[in-house]
Design a binder for this molecule. Structure first.
Ligand SMILES: Cc1ncc(COP(=O)(O)O)c(C=O)c1O
Length: 396
């Protein structure tokens, strides 16, 4: 009766939702204050005051609630272009920017604009599970390369082996959800070299799409390398969901490398895709607000404090966890081979986490620490009792 593809996808896509429902159940049983929900990547902090104040003023601005060009307000695109140019030390104009409904909307616009039926999108696991659905939306096929044996860094040799005449996009996400790993410049340069050699040998252009909604959530002086300066056929997709805590407002943008052959045509196609996917444009109010508050940022130090508390605590308890350079996730190895079993065991201690299988790598689990610090501190005892139980099972 309904779409078979959509019905199949719904069946297989409810891992995080399931954890959310478990959390609700536990909260009712034990009280919300005694449940430690580390399952959802929903920024809990309020957006900066400047953003809130600006949006209040904008509501009353004459004409603000009307349609505008599908790619977004030219003045906002100009502000974003000049911000990106400054941050990345790379010249962009408003013609290279298109406003989007978050990073998710941006990725769908890019995929619709690049993919032909049956073409492949290569990504690296662990990865954001929606990628598979986005590729499918536009006739694409997601191909996944594992990185767990390489400290979560993509391996250029594995990319070389995976390329076929159907490859159209290599999709990267750094800092990465869920590993928190920041891909190094050397790693990205390696990927670019492989793609350049591939184009030389076959004539096939492969686009490197960099999904960067966590680009500003990086610690210890790290910076996200500028992919536009590393590879010609590159596109950045990003949003203000995390950097300004605006996940519910659906605002982001796509930055297209001006050196792509026929970049202007690609912009026309992406503008058309924005229109015909039904976004029409990104939200008018929020375009203006982010354009005016482009230098604002949520409190990164607060996230860093939580990363350090949890990472140190889990390590001291015997969990194997890599200290992430960015995002608000930890991705420890599951002490039990079956990550789903481990997640079930964690529930017994009122801790909610997501199994690594949900990100294409069984044997790990994701801890999302965008929760209040008091909650993190209160959870430490629960982690201790969980560790005691799981490691005693292993020592039997
Ligand atoms: C890796 C990754 N890409 C894209 C998105 C979607 O971001 P947005 O809410 O800006 O659409 C998310 C959201 O969590 C994400 O983790």
């Amino acid at each position: 009766m309904f779409s078979k593809v959509a019905m199949g996808s719904v069946k297989n896509s409810s891992m995080i939702r399931k954890m959310f429902e478990e959390g609700e159940k536990l909260s009712k049983l034990y009280g919300e204050e005694n449940v430690f929900d580390f399952s959802i990547g929903n920024p809990y902090k309020e957006p900066p005051m400047a953003v809130k104040n600006r949006i209040k003023e904008l509501v009353d601005e004459p004409g603000i609630h009307r349609y505008m060009p599908n790619a977004g307000f030219p003045d906002v695109r100009e502000k974003i272009a000049s911000h990106v140019s400054k941050t990345l030390d790379f010249d962009l104009s408003f013609k290279n920017i298109i406003m989007s409904s978050g990073a998710a909307g941006g990725l769908n616009v890019v995929f619709k604009s690049l993919l032909n039926e049956g073409e492949e999108v290569i990504t690296f696991a662990p990865y954001f599970v929606e990628y598979g659905f986005y590729a499918k939306n536009h006739g694409g096929i997601l191909k996944v390369i594992d990185t767990t044996d390489n400290d979560f860094m993509p391996d250029k040799n594995k990319l070389k082996e995976a390329l076929t005449d159907k490859t159209k996009i290599v999709l990267i996400n750094s800092p990465n959800n869920p590993s928190g790993a920041l891909y190094t410049r050397e790693t990205l340069r390696g990927l670019a070299e492989v793609l350049e050699e591939f184009e030389k040998a076959t004539g096939n252009k492969v686009f490197l799409v960099s999904d960067e909604p966590y680009a500003e959530i990086v610690y210890d002086g790290h910076e996200v390398p500028n992919i536009l300066g590393i590879y010609k056929n590159s596109i950045i997709v990003t949003s203000f969901s995390k950097s300004l805590g605006l996940a519910g407002q659906r605002i982001g943008y796509v930055a297209v490398n001006p050196n792509i052959e026929d970049a202007d045509l690609l912009m026309d196609i992406m503008t058309f895709s924005t229109r015909t996917l039904g976004f029409v444009s990104a939200s008018a109010l929020w375009q203006k607000a982010v354009g005016d508050c482009i230098d604002e940022l949520v409190d990164i130090e607060d996230y860093k404090e939580k990363r350090d508390i949890l990472c140190n605590h889990l390590s001291s308890l015997g969990f194997k966890v890599r200290k992430p350079e960015g995002t608000f996730y930890l991705f420890p190895k599951s002490p039990l081979e079956d990550d789903n079993e481990f997640v079930k065991l964690a529930l017994k201690h009122n801790i909610l986490v997501v199994p690594g299988s949900g990100f294409g790598v069984p044997g790990y689990f994701r801890v999302s620490y965008c929760v209040p610090t008091e909650k993190v501190n209160k959870s430490l005892k629960a982690w201790e009792s969980l560790a005691k139980e799981v490691f005693s099972i292993l020592n039997k």
